[in-house]
Ligand binder design. Sequence first.
Ligand SMILES: C[S@@+](CC[C@H](N)C(=O)[O-])C[C@H]1O[C@@H](n2cnc3c(N)ncnc32)[C@H](O)[C@@H]1O
Length: 275
Amino acid sequence: MRKLLNRVLIRFGLLITKAPTILVEKKLPPSKLIAPSLTEKVKLQPAVEKSKNEIFDIFCTETKVHKWHHYFDVYERYLSGFRSHPIRMLEIGVFRGGSLRMWNRYLHPDSIIVGIDIDKTCAQHENNNQGIHVRIGSQADLKFLAAVNEEFGPFDIILDDGSHKTHHQIFSFNALFRNALRDGGCYIVEDCHTSYSAKHVDSPETFIEFSKALVDTIHEPYLGREEKAFRLGHMDALQEIELSYLSAHLHSINFHDSIIAFQKKRRALPTSELR
Ligand SMILES: C[S@@+](CC[C@H](N)C(=O)[O-])C[C@H]1O[C@@H](n2cnc3c(N)ncnc32)[C@H](O)[C@@H]1O
């Protein structure tokens, strides 16, 4: 009975069996291998120049949108490749609707932008004529997410700017990556600095820790196999191998200040060639 109760509490992020080390220690995890010259303290100055790109220009003329300035270069990096054709974008977290309008102005005019939010008042930001749709529900509700995917998905871009609670970030990633994100798409989670705030961490691992573990997943094919098993012309080369779905589809993970971007692309068997 107790086990079942714990499972239910964990499922809804209400029980942290073990607080993440980073919150207990309140300092960065030590690595004895980082050279002392790299850990010496240096002063940070305010930015001399603001981000110079089209999406930042749109942000400056938009209202009711809240974004950190250093996010714009990151958006440009992942979104600019999606501008030439109509795409589908899902944003978790609508708030005052400004970001939905910003994506709508930045992306191809025939794109479909879908915002989801737990707050019913966000429905007012729907503008079907502009391709902006809003659905009300929680990012931690599997049925709701499946229904949104059924109605509008799969998506080329999914951006999590929702509750920023770590169990929600993990839950939504787990729920959406496989079925709601198109091959070639990008899953972006922002405000990941919340992984360092006790107010937001409500899972046994922070979202940053969860994402670091996915770095290992990318390298799953090499676990227990010698390099030469992947060499062209070698006896064992080009045999099929079985991998987790995630490993077979997670092309890259990029860590930025407070933003993690996961690029999805079904991979082929890694092969090397000795010429
Ligand atoms: C940071 S705001 C979104 C800001 C908006 N994307 C922007 O850039 O202006 C976060 C939003 O997430 C919503 N939210 C909180 N918990 C949620 C949940 N469980 N599911 C979906 N949305 C949630 C809040 O109601 C709030 O409107």
